[in-house]
Design a protein around this ligand. Structure first.
Ligand SMILES: Cc1cc2nc3c(=O)[nH]c(=O)nc-3n(C[C@H](O)[C@H](O)[C@H](O)COP(=O)(O)OP(=O)(O)OC[C@H]3O[C@@H](n4cnc5c(N)ncnc54)[C@H](O)[C@@H]3O)c2cc1C
Length: 195
């Protein structure tokens, strides 16, 4: 059975670290966001990540060295532009998480960095040995309490709604999605200019 359409300014699917961070940033920039996730906030790979987050943070390190290490470990599968784009933003991501309240392990006032397989430098910032859980435990209350984030747990994305399907003019684009509410068995339509 289909219900009334739920309209938002942005829809984010998945409440792992990628989706959670995106939802918080969009909501902080004033957008009314639907965060749709197929189980609970605690689901997914993010709370299970242990070792930490790699970023060229030490004075002995550089973005170029981090990129080189990543290309070698990637054995030809890395997209160079994407690798640069992501690794250049590593330090910014650690600072963003710190501002959000994640208490990375420190030593003598500085971030404690470990060295993991494939890295030629110590560059892994961590929260003891449960980094993902520490990050998610910090961000989840912020997601739940944000006045512009509407959380839909137990909602499974089943299809995207395209402009073509609705015969909308202009370039072909995604204008929303259908999500199956696991508890009721109902399918809900969500629309937004950004999904
Ligand atoms: C044991 C383990 C240890 C790891 N250790 C590290 C580490 O030390 N350092 C590191 O950088 N990385 C590590 N990783 C990898 C890291 O956890 C992932 O790369 C990262 O968490 C991915 O984040 P994500 O938000 O993209 O995905 P996830 O956290 O998996 O989130 C995906 C989300 O999408 C939702 N979802 C999926 N399909 C649908 C659907 N159809 N409808 C609605 N919602 C849906 C899920 O429910 C979930 O909320 C580790 C992974 C594991 C499993």
């Amino acid at each position: 059975m289909m219900e009334a359409v739920k309209s938002f300014e942005a829809i984010v699917v998945g409440s792992g670290l990628a989706g959670g961070v995106t939802a918080l940033e969009l909501a902080d920039h004033g957008l009314r966001v639907a965060l749709i996730t197929k189980r609970s906030l605690e689901d997914g790979a993010s709370p299970r990540a242990q070792g930490g987050i790699a970023a060229a943070l030490s004075s002995l390190d550089s973005i170029d060295t981090h990129v080189q290490d990543t290309l070698i470990a990637g054995a030809g599968l890395c997209d160079l532009e994407a690798t640069h784009f992501i690794l250049e933003r590593g330090e910014m991501a650690i600072h963003w998480l710190t501002r959000r309240g994640v208490r990375f392990t420190r030593e003598n006032g500085a971030l404690h960095l470990t060295r993991e397989g494939g890295h030629s430098q110590r560059r892994v910032a961590h929260v003891a040995d449960a980094t993902g859980a520490a990050i998610q435990n910090t961000l989840h209350p912020q997601l739940r309490q944000h006045p512009r984030i509407h959380l839909f747990e137990q909602h499974m994305l089943v299809d995207l709604i395209t402009s073509e399907r609705l015969a909308l003019p202009g370039p072909r684009r995604c204008v929303g999605l259908y999500a199956l509410e696991e508890t009721s068995g109902e399918v809900h339509a969500f629309t937004a200019p950004h999904t």
